[in-house]
Design a protein around this ligand. Sequence first.
Ligand SMILES: NC(=O)c1ccc[n+]([C@@H]2O[C@H](COP(=O)([O-])OP(=O)(O)OC[C@H]3O[C@@H](n4cnc5c(N)ncnc54)[C@H](O)[C@@H]3O)[C@@H](O)[C@H]2O)c1
Length: 309
Amino acid sequence: MKVLISGGAGFIGSHVTEELLDHHYDVVSIDNLATGSSSNVPESVKFYNYDLNDPEMEYVFEIEKPDIVIHLAAQASVTASMRDPYLDFHTNTAGTLRLLLLSKKYQVKKFLFASTAAVYGEPLYFPIDEKHKTNPQSYYAQSKFSAENYIALYDVLNGMDSCILRFSNVYGPRQNPNGEAGVISIFINKLLNEEAVSIYDGSQTRDFIYVKDVASACRHAIANEKKGIYNVSSGTETTINDLFNLLAKEFDSHLSPSYKPLRQGEIERSVLDNKKAKFELGWNAEHSLLEGLKETVKYYMKEAAVYEY
Ligand SMILES: NC(=O)c1ccc[n+]([C@@H]2O[C@H](COP(=O)([O-])OP(=O)(O)OC[C@H]3O[C@@H](n4cnc5c(N)ncnc54)[C@H](O)[C@@H]3O)[C@@H](O)[C@H]2O)c1
């Protein structure tokens, strides 16, 4: 099976690539390196430096004829989307439609899309399952939700088998601490450099899922004939305060964070129900938060040691 991964040079894409190589898939990768890095792409993987909207991207489908597309490439920053909604639409919505058109033309068998818990907006009940009302509250969430709708319609009109995975908060090695996405990589970097940490309130909760479990969910989704929408999450609610304390313990740090009020518009609680993915895809999140954090801390410590020499 040949799998084309868009966004393969990014954080999650690099782990999906490794997961598929470990399970003997043939993997090719497309990325414009906007936030990704070619150093994240294993040498055995054929890499194409293309933008999703580049007309020449068709060449990759022509040459490679992939069986499956896993579409992870995105402008994934909420802040950037609020600054420039058009860029977000262009990459996340129009870029997805472009991949869909090419997937249809080159007879791709299954199209997997990385969506986000942000499409649910302010939660009305917990845990949030796939039947929860959708109510995007940022241009990023809107662009992802629009892409979801194109995929669903494409499935109906063109018989393109598709799976939409809505990820909760993903963390792990190679997450970019300079972005806004990963509170865990931000905390780890602060603790590593013994820098001051600010926490907005700290009692808000998030559902943190280890990136290797997300990669495994992608593999289960392409190996399975099921279609539709699946939450991919740990199903566990963790406060930001507890998260910081767990990390501080790993570093044996007594650093006390400074506190600020909760930012306007920030959701107070978030936890996704992952039962549908468990039962229908046969997937399980195998890393506890503590295990995932330990692996992540080990990675960043090793990276820091390399940069010291
Ligand atoms: N990290 C999370 O917590 C999280 C949560 C929910 C959903 N997601 C989704 O998962 C996917 C991967 O996110 P990530 O955290 O790995 O982010 P990332 O920024 O590390 O990866 C995105 C990749 O897409 C590439 N890219 C961006 N625009 C492109 C374009 N126009 N053409 C080609 N390549 C392009 C980037 O260079 C990067 O390598 C995204 O679709 C994101 O929306 C992530």
